[in-house]
Design a protein around this ligand. Structure first.
Ligand code: BTN
Length: 243
């Protein structure tokens, strides 16, 4: 299949507050090629979803951001998340790992988080002018709290960071091309194929407390659709927790 490849320019930093912040500043100050990667050995203020911080031991993990100009309407912004999740999942598969995608921004192996995604969009009216896709992938780190894992823990092998970055980049290139050619159905089909707890009755919590429900998918705006007592409800990230 012939497609326009992303231009891979790598900006490698020793230490930075956050690669997403660095990318945002870069976008404001200069013209940046699509596909530019900003990677840091260590982030001293790595950002996670909402107000969370992202911590990773220096030099042992992949913490990087990629710049895109997706020509996407804001309503479809979640497709960037789908694209990045699928790319990481596929890259991990190439390392012999079966990962699942936990809506909205986690990649899991055996229920443990191996990767988090943070996307910052810059808007122009109702269009996404540019997007910074931030990826934190646990690679050669050994010590975690109980709910996280790394490639080292899963494969019992140290991994070469740059090779893994190349693999993730290759997959981003592939799935971004599907996005660029508006292949939304196909992206969603692949996403559902790997979506954690899809069609399984399981436990969640919302503002009214704990409940049993079944994830039925995501809607066009990226909200999670959950069937609960025979009624379908849509949830945004801050409205629902997995138990
Ligand atoms: C999450 O799971 O809450 C999202 C974590 C995203 C972490 C990555 S690391 C590279 C990029 N720069 C940041 O400050 N955050 C993202």
């Amino acid at each position: 299949m012939a497609y326009k490849r992303l231009e891979r320019i790598l900006i490698q930093l020793d230490t930075i507050d956050s690669t997403n912040n660095y990318a945002a500043k870069l976008l404001k100050s200069t013209k940046v090629s699509e596909g530019t990667v900003i990677m840091a050995d260590w982030q001293h203020k790595g950002r996670g979803q909402r107000t969370n911080v992202w911590t990773a031991e220096p030099g042992k993990n992949l913490t990087f951001s990629v710049i895109f100009y997706p020509e996407l309407s804001v309503d479809r912004s979640f497709y960037l998340n789908i694209m990045a999740s699928l790319a990481i999942r596929k890259a991990l598969e190439r390392y012999g790992l079966a990962a699942e995608i936990k809506w909205p921004n986690d990649i899991l192996i055996r229920e443990k988080k191996i990767c988090g995604i943070l996307i910052d969009n810059q808007l122009s009216g109702k269009k996404i002018k540019s997007a910074v896709v931030g990826i934190g992938l646990n690679v050669n780190q050994f010590d975690f709290d109980v709910s996280a894992t790394s490639l080292l823990l899963e494969t019992q092998q140290e991994q070469h960071l740059k090779q893994l970055l190349d693999e993730v980049y290759l997959q981003l290139d592939f799935y971004y091309d599907l996005l660029r050619s508006s292949n939304y159905q196909l992206l969603k089909k692949h996403y559902y194929h790997h979506l954690y707890r899809l069609n399984h009755l399981s436990e969640f919590e919302d503002k009214d407390g704990r409940f049993s429900g079944t994830i039925q998918g995501i809607n066009e705006n990226g909200l999670l659709s959950v069937l609960r007592d025979g009624t379908k409800k849509s949830y945004d990230i801050q409205e629902i927790k997995y138990c």
